[in-house]
Design a binder for this molecule. Sequence first.
Ligand code: GLA
Length: 515
Amino acid sequence: MKRKEIFTLALALCMGAGAFAESPLKGSQRTFSRPGVRYMQKVRPAEEGRTVLATDLPDGLVWNSKRRLVEGHINRPGEYSYNIIVGGADTVPVHLTVSDSLLLPTPMMGWLSWNVVQNRVSEDVMRETALAIRDKGLLDAGYKYIGIDDDWHCGAERPPSGYPAPDSIRFPNGMKPVGDFLHSLGLKFGIYSTAALHTCDVQFGSYGHEDVDARAYADWGVDFLKYDYCHVNSIGIGDYRERRVGKYVYKRMAEAIERCGRPIILYMCEWGTNSPWEWAHEVDSPVWRATHDHRDGWNGYPADNIANVRHTGIGVRQALYIMRDIWPYTGVNHFNDADMLCAGIHGRGDGSNALLDGVSFDGTNFVKDGKIYEGLNADEAATEFAMWCMWSSPLFLTFDIRNEIAPADMALLTNPEMIAINQDAMGQAAEFVSELDGVQLWVKDLENGDIAVAVVNMNDVPADYEFSAGLTDAIDSGIQYKVRNLIDRKDEAPFTCRMRLQIPPHGTRLLRFSK
Ligand code: GLA
């Protein structure tokens, strides 16, 4: 079945249930898996306390009532469906595609030019960055999606020909040689545009020019398009906070991509405004930004705002509160993105220092407490990387890779045991379990049956936390587990029923439990 047909079928199924506006299910009705790879969908009701039950499951899948999840293996590619009954009354259909040719079986890992390079992006920068990514071992670690963000354009208006011309000084040979060069190194090539007349940094956008742009991207060898959402109000089709507006502009580009003949990943960047995790599949998008821009610090701005954090500065702390509510929507080929990683920037990003608690610009530097601001500290960077891995968020670096990379940054960002959690074939996002005295507990089921556990200290002081089997249904009490500390890459004492964890302020313990 072609992608378009799958999309239409899914849409018909979902519309039949009157699904999107007020779904009784907190989770996706459109899921994906690969043949023979273990599948899981944790089923949670939109309204806490309502019962859930899965019925009419295809062969290979079973309902685990204790843990409220559908799991199993389907070996044959195809289209499958089952039903979720919420509160004993509401039936919600789920459509599952099992395929070996999904656009994005695991989250993207790569680099985006935004936070540090910004409007200095050029062919030279891209070539040098690509070589550095290969030569410094980042490609071997998995970072292969290399994207040009905003400001590659020739200006605020496109040329009269309509062709999306890049800046002719910074890209003297056009874009195709950039794509060719990245591909020659085994990398994937990404470009950026906006679903409006202007991008966020006021270059020309793609609205009304979707076909010419998608065709140009295909000619350039583009593999993914980061498609932003600034200035949509000025199109004159409604408020950007209306879901129909978001769906409409993204669908226009999805259809242009379909027509352009190259499988380009549509990476939506509407910052979670219209809950894209509920409808991304309708525009064929396997990955979307779930938050507003993530900044290089623990606490965004306003600092005390965790209830409505969509349009504020997003520190690591705010990301933790946003993901707490939307983790059930992530799955294979369907990823919530918590935005570019700030680890490695150390306060040197033009685009990542604003909107942080206590950080201001003195005309020359960003400062905090009278000192030059240095961004995330080591524990906060470890929490950021650990939780992006736990959420199956894309891992996009955005510091200047061409400069010397501090050994501690390199060790963290290429840590293979943490990356394995991110790239796990089952594509789950960690489930938020609890927050007690400012310590959050998250668990993630892995394809081989192991369980990853993250304990995050949200406090500004050290925490002494007792983790016990009774805290989560993912760990069986009475069984002895091997425990691996993934950040420090060392074995811990075997676990039977409880363990004590000392966690620094804003730090995380990331543990892998194996039977
Ligand atoms: C928006 C996006 C950022 C970045 C900038 C570029 O703010 O959310 O990730 O792409 O635009 O202008």
